[in-house]
Design a binder for this molecule. Structure first.
Ligand SMILES: [Fe+2]
Ligand SMILES: [Fe+2]
Length: 221
């Protein structure tokens, strides 16, 4: 079935298969295996946490739509799609590897208007995340990090949290792990990372501070 004649119901199997085929034609075999792993993990996470599994698998299979583009190509694409400002000149210049989320989201929203906004949002936010994450945004962020093809040492421990921790907790754990990993590797951090991390860390950090200040006051009495 050609893409033009395919079902435009983004929750249907036919639609998923057709977009899966389109995605596979854009990336290397290895990348596509990762995208399939993210789709399957996102589906599992959605079922576990009571969200739409069909939209989760669709966002998963599409999330790295632009990941195999060369740096200069992706910089130009960001300009052509009008997402250059949203990304910012410093990030565009120094962190081109994170630009594929916003460009894929902008392109797919235009070329495939039937894709729901929540799927587009999850694609946009899958590399850097965002201070405001919907459940589907969190599902794709987590699935990207812990799909079966990810072999880092901590992956099994994070996967074991599926169904044990809440989705918010699992996302926070994965975000913490991924950010620490970037710092260990000497990588640059996106300017939003500090803001996102502080929001995630705030509840527990605030609780610790309150306990500490309470103890200090009690000692003074
Ligand atoms: Fe990606
Ligand atoms: Fe990915």
């Amino acid at each position: 079935m050609s893409e033009g004649a395919m079902s435009l119901d983004p929750t249907s199997d036919t639609y998923f298969k057709s977009m899966r085929k389109a995605a596979s034609a854009r990336v290397s075999k290895k990348r596509f295996a990762h995208m399939e792993g993210v789709a399957a993990t996102a589906e599992l996470l959605a079922r576990t946490y009571g969200h739409d599994a069909t939209l989760a698998r669709l966002a998963g299979i599409l999330h790295d739509w632009d990941k195999d583009l060369d740096n200069d190509v992706i910089r130009q694409k960001a300009k052509d799609l009008g997402v250059e400002e949203e990304i910012g000149p410093w990030v565009l210049e120094n962190m081109p590897q994170v630009v594929h989320g916003p460009t894929a989201a902008a392109e797919l929203a235009r070329t495939h208007p039937e894709i729901p906004d929540e799927v587009i949002s999850a694609i946009r936010k899958h590399t850097i995340a965002d201070p405001n994450m919907s459940p589907l945004d969190e599902i794709i962020y987590v699935a990207d990090a812990i799909e079966p093809g990810r072999r880092f040492e901590e992956a099994p421990e994070l996967r074991a949290l599926i169904g044990e921790a809440s989705l918010d907790e699992l996302y926070a754990k994965v975000y913490q792990f991924w950010t620490a990993r970037l710092v260990s590797a000497g990588a640059l951090l996106h300017p939003d990372t500090l803001m996102i991390w502080n929001e995630l860390a705030y509840p527990k950090a605030h609780e610790r501070l309150m306990r500490y200040e309470k103890r200090c006051k009690e000692k003074k009495r």
